[in-house]
Design a protein around this ligand. Structure first.
Ligand code: SAH
Ligand code: MG
Length: 955
């Protein structure tokens, strides 16, 4: 689906914020001071001796030449600043809504600003909070250039390149935008406006017709120059490493040394490196990456960029087609860049008069490249470029590692100069379904929908508490806009969450997943992109998306490559191959946290060498969510704690390898030989089971799972059952345990929809059945075992007529209507003589969650907020009270002529709140109802056999 409408109006003037108005009126004379205010929140627990720490809030003091105001407290610094500005405007009698920014001719204001920059005039210095300095001696980043210009020799003495003035003074660019909104699209136009203003500032400044520099007409007084050069700069030459990005993609990016000395102007050095004689032709981009960084691109201006009248779009088109557009540099900066460019981390800052500089390595360059893609941002946040991957699902906050989806999305938007994402959550209050009579009713969720305004996804503690108690859930919608407010992407997932924060993370992850797929193949036809939109609940505007990421298009480095030869993975490896070390029996399951140590080597086959690319001793990730590259997940799935594995993986595109490696020279030459592969060495040294499993093990003796097995055993013994089918067998824990006992069982079957779990079950059962070949072994009586892949809510003739059916802790993993459907299918068609169904008793959660074990697991933001209980496992779709379970089982039993009895394990029937796991045992009535259509469906076999074992083939 696509979003229609929004006809990319190129430039829209937005109303000015109070802060922007203050800035226009007072410029650097407005001084903001933000302080943190710690508010204790005592409302939670009045009697508590220790005051609990409340959220950190901010208060802003705004000082103007004549007045000063103090804001209230806010959650965000920005909000405090805006509020202070608003108060100041009120005091000054300015109505922000009616404020007409063009009151003063912006060109006059521009002239005024240029005059101020070059004058002796004293200004208000925010940093030292005093009216002391003129511009030359101030800490404005631009003033460093002014001082450096005074160190230039000969004709260039005191000449400041206009480009520098235009790019480093935000007041000049915002005034230019007022004169001409198109400046937004072509920031280089500011240069022309500054030149115009300079020409009107005669008497104070001097400009040159051909060259783009401005100089003060008369020398500064000695007093001023003396104080300007006080305690500045350590002498000597400081070579810094920068990255040279040639315009032609054929040429390699390389490191260059800039030999800057304390007596040189660093821009002269950069110009020289770019082969320019005239430094004032050097253009500078905005900071790359973090806004506070000094990393910028430097390149030579082209005529057309500076002409006020030129038709940029035509010129741009020519530039793109004649190859003078530097695609790699443009990709990085999000601006059009022409010719060769230099990426350097150097410049004057607000913090010190000294020149800030830092070496850039090839690795830092490739990391910047990676950080333009969602999965790249995530990998970097985990410090694992070659091991981590953007997960497919957000399960719980406590299982997530690395930056949260919402933060990754915000970073992505900032990186691409889009607007901040807009989140809106809706709270849904579910009508109580506890005692509804007919199960069909349960399908219809009576929901009252109420919109909460939550642009930044925060919610008050009181709101959250109320929400949890009343069974309210949240749904979140995310919208991504271009910087011109064109709607690009809209994601409205149907899933609802018990926590507002989770709904935001989930929706953010969907957007990221879509964007990542898009970035991995920017040439993907729109129809193909549409495939994933339904699944991800995404709508997008192809035209706007295309425009927003137009500069990323020329670089196609994320394209999928063919995988190399043999490697250990799920599809082609036998269980256990490539894995070494004894089997400890402790293996990870979906939803558990695995902790591994790993190292990745680049193996260069031609000269038989290996280069270490990346390693970690302690890398934890959630199984089953694809939060690591798939080869690692597949291998770990087959391993047990203590085992190691080696695997060969696909060569990712070189950028990933270069972002991980610190010796790029060597890697580049190795990569060019093309005979390389990646070798991963992994050791699994810890597995943390999902909370539910840990609770069942730690709080019950014997563990609840064992008690469930014993419950089933009891019925097997009573009835001398020979056939058993385990519905939703998972990784085979029940079937495996049954093999430890001497029973009458001969044929056992397991069914599940998780292929991964079934593969693990197959491995376990296979080794046990083959090992237990001796006649006196407990499982000697077993003649056959089969595992099927498929849903237990669909009929399959092979599941009919078993002595016992078990379905332990499965129904709560389905939607309620599916649980009813399962009951209907199994009792009407499969008709086992006995059916044992277990599911958590929701009422027992108070006890489980009151234990220490669970409170450790709780989110910090959850503390003390909720009396209502969480479900035991994030995958549970429901957890029923005894009454709800009773209703389900009794209804089904009556309908299908079964009797039903209730029992359970953990806790006891007589003591509130009953058993931990509640169990229903159905027994078929004497005269089963024969269904007319049983003939028609008799031959439907939808399940597929995953593994089959027969005693005659026993090895
Ligand atoms: N019975 C096992 C596993 C319980 S976990 C034990 O007690 O250890 C729940 C299992 O139900 C999961 O393995 C899940 O894949 C399976 N499941 C959920 N819905 C299913 C469906 N419709 N058909 C078959 N299996 C299902
Ligand atoms: Mg469960």
């Amino acid at each position: 689906m696509e979003i229609g409408g929004s006809q990319g109006a190129a430039v829209r003037k937005s109303a000015l914020t109070p802060k922007a108005i203050i800035y226009q009126k007072f410029g650097t004379e407005a001084w903001y001071k933000v302080e943190e205010v710690q508010e204790s929140n005592q409302n939670e627990c009045p009697g508590l001796a220790i005051t609990q720490k409340g959220p950190c809030l901010y208060r802003c003091t705004l000082q103007l030449p004549e007045i000063s105001v103090v804001s209230g407290t806010f959650k965000k610094k920005k909000e405090a600043e805006q509020s202070a500005s608003e108060l100041a405007l009120e005091k000054l009698g300015i109505n922000p809504a009616a404020y007409n920014p063009t009151e003063q001719d912006p060109l006059d204001a521009l002239v005024g600003r240029v005059k101020y920059l070059f004058s002796d005039e004293v200004g208000y210095c925010a940093v030292i909070d005093a009216w002391e300095f003129n511009f030359l001696t101030s800490l404005h980043p631009l003033s460093g250039h002014f001082r450096a210009a005074l160190q230039r020799e000969g004709d260039l003495y005191g000449c400041v390149p206009v480009s520098v003035i235009a790019f480093l003074d935000s007041k000049l660019s915002s005034l230019s935008k007022l004169i001409d909104p198109k400046v937004e699209l072509n920031p280089y136009k500011v240069i022309s406006y500054v030149m115009k203003a300079a020409a009107r500032s005669s008497g104070i400044v001097h400009t040159s017709e051909e060259q783009l520099w401005v100089r003060r007409q008369n020398p500064y007084s000695l007093e001023i120059t003396d104080s300007a050069f006080q305690q500045s700069g350590s002498p000597g030459i400081f070579p810094i490493e920068a990255i040279y990005i040639p315009c032609s993609n054929e040429k390699n990016i390389n490191v260059v040394k800039l030999n800057v000395s304390s007596t040189d102007y660093y821009l002269d050095v950069i110009a020289n490196q770019l082969g320019l004689v005239d430094t004032s032709k050097v253009l500078i981009t905005r900071p790359i990456g973090r806004t506070s960084s000094e990393v910028r691109l430097y390149f030579a201006a082209l005529e057309f960029m500076l002409e006020l009248s030129s038709d940029i779009s035509n010129a741009k088109r020519d530039m793109h087609s004649d190859g003078s557009c530097n695609t790699r540099a443009s990709y990085l900066s999000g601006e059009d860049i022409y010719g060769d460019a230099i990426l350097a981390s150097i410049g004057y800052t607000w913090k010190s008069k000294d020149l800030f500089h830092e070496d850039l390595s090839m690795q830092s360059y490739y990391r910047m490249v990676l950080s333009k893609v969602p999965s790249g941002v995530y990998k970097l946040s985990r410090g694992a470029v070659l091991a981590a991957d953007l997960p497919l699902a957000f399960t719980t906050r406590t299982n997530w590692r690395g930056s949260f989806p919402r933060d990754v999305l915000c970073t992505f938007c900032r990186q691409h100069r889009l607007s901040e994402p807009v989140f809106s959550t809706v709270s849904i209050s579910k009508a109580p379904s506890k005692t509804s009579g007919l199960h069909k009713k349960l399908k219809v969720k009576d929901s009252a929908v109420e919109e909460t305004d939550c642009a930044n996804g925060s919610i008050t503690a009181a709101g959250a508490k109320e929400a949890v108690e009343s069974g309210v859930t949240f749904r979140c919608e995310v919208k991504i806009y271009s910087k011109f407010q064109d709607l690009l992407i809209e994601c409205s997932p149907k899933d609802s969450y018990k926590k507002q924060g989770d709904s935001i993370q989930n929706a953010s992850l969907k957007v990221l997943t879509w964007l990542d797929a898009y970035f991995k193949n920017l040439d993907i036809p729109v129809e193909r992109l549409n495939c994933s939109v339904c699944e991800l609940d995404i709508k997008f505007n192809p035209k706007s998306v295309f425009e927003a990421f137009a500069l990323c298009r020329p670089i196609q480095f994320f394209q999928h490559r063919e995988s190399p030869d043999g490697r250990l993975d799920e599809s082609n490896a036998m269980p256990g191959q490539g894995i070494c070390g004894p089997d400890s029996g402790v293996s990870p399951s979906n939803g558990s946290l695995s902790c591994i140590s790993y190292s990745v080597m680049l193996v260069i086959r031609s000269d038989n060498t290996k280069v270490l690319l990346e390693s970690s001793d302690d890398f934890e990730f959630e199984m089953g969510s694809r939060s690591v590259i798939h080869q690692i997940e597949a291998a770990v799935m087959q391993m047990t704690v203590g085992q190691s594995a080696f695997l060969l993986a696909d060569m990712p595109s070189p950028e990933f390898i270069l972002a991980a490696a610190d010796d790029s020279e060597r890697i580049l030459s190795a990569l060019s030989s093309k005979d390389c592969c990646l070798k991963y060495a992994i050791t699994l040294y810890r597995v943390t089971e999902p909370l539910e499993d840990r609770m069942e093990q730690a709080l019950f003796s014997p563990p609840l799972s064992k008690q469930r097995v014993e419950y089933a055993l009891h019925h097997i013994k009573q009835t001398s059952a020979t056939t058993l089918v385990d519905f939703g067998c998972g990784s085979g824990s029940l079937l495996d345990s049954l093999l430890n006992y001497q029973t009458s069982l001969e044929n056992i079957v397991g069914v599940d929809i998780s292929l991964k779990s079934l593969i693990r079950a197959a491995k376990i059962l296979n080794s046990k059945l083959n090992a237990n070949s001796g006649v006196d072994m407990p499982s000697a009586g077993i003649k056959s075992a089969i595992l099927y892949d498929g849903s237990i809510t669909v009929f399959d003739s092979r599941l009919c007529g078993f002595d016992i059916g078990t379905c332990l802790e499965v129904i709560e993993h389905m939607e309620e209507d599916q649980a009813w459907l399962f009951g209907d299918v199994v009792l009407s068609y499969f008709r086992p003589k006995i059916l044992i169904v277990s599911t958590p008793n929701y009422e027992y959660n108070v006890i489980l969650q009151g234990s220490n074990l669970s409170s450790q697991e709780e989110d910090p933001d959850d503390k003390g907020q909720s009396q209502a209980c969480k479900f035991r496992n994030h995958d549970h779709k429901f957890e029923w009270t005894r009454e709800q379970f009773n209703h389900w089982a009794s209804d089904l039993a009556t309908k299908h002529n079964y009797s039903v009895e209730f029992g359970g394990v953990g806790g006891s029937a007589g003591v509130e709140p009953g058993f931990a796991s509640q169990i229903a045992v159905f027994r078929s009535g004497t005269a089963p109802i024969l269904l007319d259509d049983s003939q028609n469906i008799a031959d439907s076999e939808h399940l597929s056999v995953v593994w089959e074992w027969n005693s005659s083939t026993r090895s």
